[in-house]
Structure formats: structure tokens, C-alpha cells
Design a protein around this ligand. Structure first.
Ligand SMILES: Cc1ncc(COP(=O)(O)O)c(C=O)c1O
Length: 348
């Protein structure tokens, strides 16, 4: 692997108190190109703009997939990743579905470690602070033929993220639009999945909802996942979440929540969830909590949900299960508690 260090760091110029998510980047990036049927020598380079031809394939046919993961610093200055093997496997699952060549595991982890080592000063200690790591791969051949590209570019960039105590959100249950269909690409982190959500989400935002909870495309009767989060419901003392399938992203946080909840003695049912069941539970006061799970905020409590013109409010609780689960996951991520699962991976 080739490494070219930045001649000067931009760290001094960054206002860590006022970071806007995803708009400030560290000094370096990892780049690896695919051509002539194989991945070429990977490089870590100073973060910079790239040039491309207007005919670059991804701009026309959207062969692009990405990942989102985080690096954390503990109180001793040691850097950790959380279940990075899951993100690695998932980007290759996504790539495969988009007919993008899979990326070699040793390139990914060597690149990630070198990058995090060079840019570790960008990770601030303190619970909630982290470095968001964005691996992505796209078709980069200069060609407008509607067929898989012969060239690809794999990149990892990183941005510092400030402690963000995600506020409670209002969500709208999808009755008309769909995010994903059977046999489609819903289970991948394909760029197009996100592009297709922007318009319906903008309409929902006009009605005062921050996110949409997607329902199955066939009947719109079953609850699936939210914009960038999987979704959980607590009816009495039982947690419910939808099973993953080819429409739903197999979230790393989701599977961690399920495991930790079960190991804490909470019953978790993974099964299709009818909207009617949740509305009934709201009406008879057995719906206690609703929350989203995802890398960005770990767990995001939901304040209310809208369905068929009615807004259903969730009760305010003293000690929500969502908060208990969030604390347990974050304690593992920040090396505060034991990690019986082997999820926390040291970077240095
Ligand atoms: C559509 C979608 N669902 C769920 C998630 C949550 O997945 P994870 O917990 O791996 O971040 C994400 C975010 O990555 C997402 O984009």
C-alpha cells in the first residue's frame, strides 16, 4: 500500500464545537482503483478533490454503494471500531447486487487502520464524540453504455462527529410511496435507495414529520424500517422488530440491540408487524415505546407517528428501555464496560 502524508493538517482550523454532520473531513483518504479485471495497489492520500469525465458511468447508471461506521476513542486515548467485519461484509453484499466487484478484506482493513492511524487526532474522546467512517465504491469508467462498468473506485473518507443526543422524532407511516420491493435492492446500501427517499421524506417534513417509516410495497400493511434506521416497538414488556429480508437493511445496531435486549432478559420477537397491531396497541395503551436503531445515533426514540391522518403519541417514560439499551451499546463502543461479544475492535 502506498502512503502519502498530507503536508499540513487542517485540524487546527476546525471548530469541533460547531460541527455539521458530514461536512468536515479529515486530512487523509483511502483510494483503490479497479481496472483490467483486478483491484490495483491501494493508496492513502491527502484528502482532495477528484476529477472525472462527464461520461463517468456512475453519473448515468448509479452503480454506487456505501457503508457507514464509526471509530471511537476511550478515556485512555485508544481507538476502537464497533463490529467492522459486519460493515465489510455488507459493502460486499451490496456491491455484488449492483454488479460491482467485491473488495478484498485485507485491503479494506489495512487501509482502514492506516487511515485511522494517520487521522487519530481527529477523534475526540468523550462519550458521543466519534469519527464517522464512510467507505464507498462506484463505477468510474468513462463510458455511457448501459452495462456494468469495467472500472471502479473504492474510497474511504472520514468526518469528525460531535456528541449528538438525537432528539425524539415524529415519523410518518408510508401509505403510498415505497422504499424497496421484493427482489430489489432494499437490503443494500445502494446510493439510489437514499435518492428515492428524499422526495417522499420532503413531503412528510412539510407535514411536520422528520422521517418516514417504510411499509411493505405490496400491501402497505406491514412496518419495515425508517429512513436510515431499523425500527423497534415495545408492546408491554416485549420488543418487536421486523425480520430482515431483501427489502430491509440488515442493520449492525439492530442485531446488537436484539442480542443485548435478549441477554438483559427482555423478550424480543422478530416477525412481520402489522400497522393495525401497533395502532391497536396505541389505543389500548400497551404501546410503550417506539425507536429507531442505526450507527448515527445508536437509538433514536420516536415521539409520535402519523397514520391515515391521525397522529399517535407515545407516552413519556421515566426509564425507557430505549435509553437502557443505548447506554449498554455505547458502554461497549467506548470501552467503558466489558464486551462479552467481541464486538469492540482495537485499531492500534
Ligand atoms: C436504510 C437503513 N436502515 C437501517 C440502517 C441502520 O443500520 P446500521 O445499524 O448498520 O447503521 C441504516 C444505516 O446504515 C440505513 O441506511
Amino acid at each position: 500500500m502506498k502512503i502519502e502524508k498530507a503536508s499540513a493538517s487542517n485540524l487546527e482550523n476546525v471548530d469541533f464545537e460547531n460541527l455539521t454532520f458530514g461536512s468536515v473531513f479529515t486530512d487523509h483518504m483511502f483510494v483503490c482503483k479497479y481496472k483490467d479485471g483486478k483491484w490495483q495497489t491501494p493508496e492513502v492520500l491527502p484528502y482532495k478533490s477528484l476529477s472525472f469525465e462527464p461520461s463517468m458511468s456512475v453519473l448515468h447508471y448509479g452503480q454506487a454503494v456505501f457503508e457507514g461506521m464509526k471509530a471511537y476513542k476511550d478515556d485512555h486515548g485508544k481507538v476502537w471500531l464497533f463490529r467492522p467485519d459486519q460493515n465489510f461484509k455488507r459493502i460486499n453484499r451490496s456491491a455484488e447486487r449492483l454488479q460491482i466487484p467485491t473488495f478484498p478484506e485485507n485491503f479494506f482493513f489495512k487501509g482502514l487502520r492506516s487511515l485511522l492511524d494517520l487521522d487519530k487526532e481527529w477523534i475526540k474522546p468523550g462519550i458521543g464524540n466519534s469519527l464517522y467512517v464512510r467507505p464507498f465504491v462506484f463505477s468510474s469508467q468513462a463510458c455511457v453504455q448501459a452495462s456494468p462498468s469495467l472500472e471502479y473506485t473504492f474510497i474511504i473518507i472520514c468526518c469528525p462527529v460531535k456528541a449528538y443526543y438525537g432528539g425524539e422524532v415524529n415519523v410518518l407511516i408510508a401509505e403510498e410511496f415505497s422504499r424497496a420491493a421484493d427482489g430489489g435492492i432494499g437490503y443494500t446500501k445502494a446510493a439510489g435507495n437514499y435518492a428515492a427517499q428524499f422526495y417522499p421524506t420532503a413531503l412528510a417534513q412539510k407535514k411536520g414529520y422528520q422521517q418516514i417509516v417504510w411499509t411493505d410495497a405490496k400491501s402497505h400493511e406491514f412496518l419495515e424500517e425508517a429512513g436510515t434506521m431499523n425500527i423497534f416497538f415495545r408492546i408491554d414488556n416485549k420488543l418487536l422488530t421486523a425480520p430482515t429480508n431483501d427489502r430491509i437493511l440488515d442493520g449492525v445496531t439492530r442485531k446488537s440491540v436484539i442480542q443485548i435486549a435478549r441477554d438483559s432478559g427482555i423478550e424480543v420477537e422478530v416477525r412481520p408487524i402489522r400497522i393495525d397491531e401497533i395502532v391497536d396497541a396505541s389505543r389500548n395503551n400497551s404501546l410503550k415505546e417506539m425507536f429507531g436503531s442505526g450507527t448515527a445515533v445508536v437509538i433514536n426514540p420516536i415521539k409520535s407517528y402519523g397514520y391515515k391522518g391521525v397522529n399517535y403519541k407515545l407516552p413519556k417514560l421515566e426509564d425507557p428501555v430505549a435509553k437502557q439499551l443505548k447506554d449498554k451499546i455505547m458502554s461497549i463502543q467506548y470501552n467503558i464496560s466489558e464486551d462479552p461479544y467481541g464486538w469492540r475492535v482495537a485499531v492500534d
